[in-house]
Structure formats: structure tokens, C-alpha cells
Design a protein around this ligand. Structure first.
Ligand code: HEC
Length: 129
């Protein structure tokens, strides 16, 4: 009986975690889309709103513990690299925000691909690409 209760708890916890990361990542994806539309449709407010969305979720990925919790067992030793991609994502977003403040849209738009690269760098580890 005890074993069943413990297994159920583990399953529920794992399920919740999986859900959290999926919904957080959906917010990241929405933010990236909003950012891209902002550049395409000449709407800097939309770019900033995209930056805000991504940054909010990314903030929760900055601790070793939180990243480790969603990495598959065999990838946990790579936590340092995923941490770096989350940090680099943050600095690219901040640089983009600064350029937009200064109305330097070309420089800001050039960072879009760096942001995408930061997302992909972490996914590559998680997914074994
Ligand atoms: C520090 C690591 C990390 C960073 C940085 C990161 N992600 Fe993720 N992402 C994950 C993990 C873990 C998963 C879940 C496992 C998988 O899908 O392979 C995931 C999955 C996703 C998914 C698929 C979700 C699903 O329901 O299948 C999307 C979309 C996504 N991320 C978008 C983004 C975007 C956009 C960015 C950058 C703005 C980003 N992620 C940055 C770790 C990260």
C-alpha cells in the first residue's frame, strides 16, 4: 500500500513538472512569435512584450536546481551548459531591449537569431540533437 502511495506521488509530481515545463515553454514560444511579428509589422511594443514574456519564464530557469529538475537523468551532468544558454538568452534579450529604447531597430532585429540560438542550444542538450 505504502509503495503504491509513494509511486502515485512520484507520478503526480513528474506529471506536474512535465506540465509546467510545457506551459512555460509555450509562453516562451508565444513571446518569440510576438517578438518576430513586432519586427515584421514594425511594432516595437510587440517586440518589448515578447521580450517581457520570454524573460519572465527564463528567470525561473536560472537556478541549477530548477534546470536539473527537468533534465533527463543522463543529461543532468550538463546542467552547467544549459544554465549558460539561459544566461546568454537573458543578456541577448536585455541588449535587444536597450537597442529598442535607442530606436536602433536594425541592431535589435539582428539579435533575434541570437535569441533563437539560445533556445536551441538548451534544446539540443535536452533532446540529444
Ligand atoms: C535552459 C533550457 C531551455 C531554454 C533556454 C529554452 N528551453 Fe524550451 N524546452 C526546454 C525543455 C527542458 C523542454 C522540454 C523537453 C523537450 O521538448 O525536448 C523544452 C521544450 C520547448 C518547446 C516544446 C514544448 C512542448 O510542449 O513540446 C517549445 C515550443 C520551447 N521549448 C520553446 C522555447 C523557446 C522559444 C525558447 C527561447 C526563447 C526556449 N524554449 C528556451 C528547455 C529550454
Amino acid at each position: 500500500m505504502k509503495k503504491i502511495v509513494v509511486s502515485l506521488c512520484v507520478l503526480v509530481t513528474l506529471g506536474l513538472q512535465a506540465n509546467d515545463i510545457a506551459s512555460d515553454m509555450k509562453t516562451m514560444r508565444d513571446g518569440l512569435q510576438e517578438m518576430q511579428d513586432g519586427f515584421l509589422y514594425n511594432n516595437s511594443k510587440s517586440v518589448v512584450s515578447g521580450i517581457d514574456k520570454i524573460e519572465k519564464v527564463n528567470g525561473s530557469l536560472h537556478s541549477k536546481e530548477s534546470i536539473e529538475s527537468f533534465l533527463p537523468q543522463e543529461k543532468k551532468k550538463l546542467v552547467g551548459v544549459t544554465l549558460l544558454s539561459a544566461k546568454s538568452l537573458n543578456s541577448d534579450l536585455e541588449a535587444m531591449r536597450e537597442y529598442i529604447k535607442q530606436n536602433k531597430m536594425l541592431e535589435a532585429a539582428a539579435l533575434h537569431s541570437d535569441v533563437m540560438k539560445d533556445c536551441t542550444r538548451c534544446h539540443a542538450i535536452v533532446r540529444g540533437w
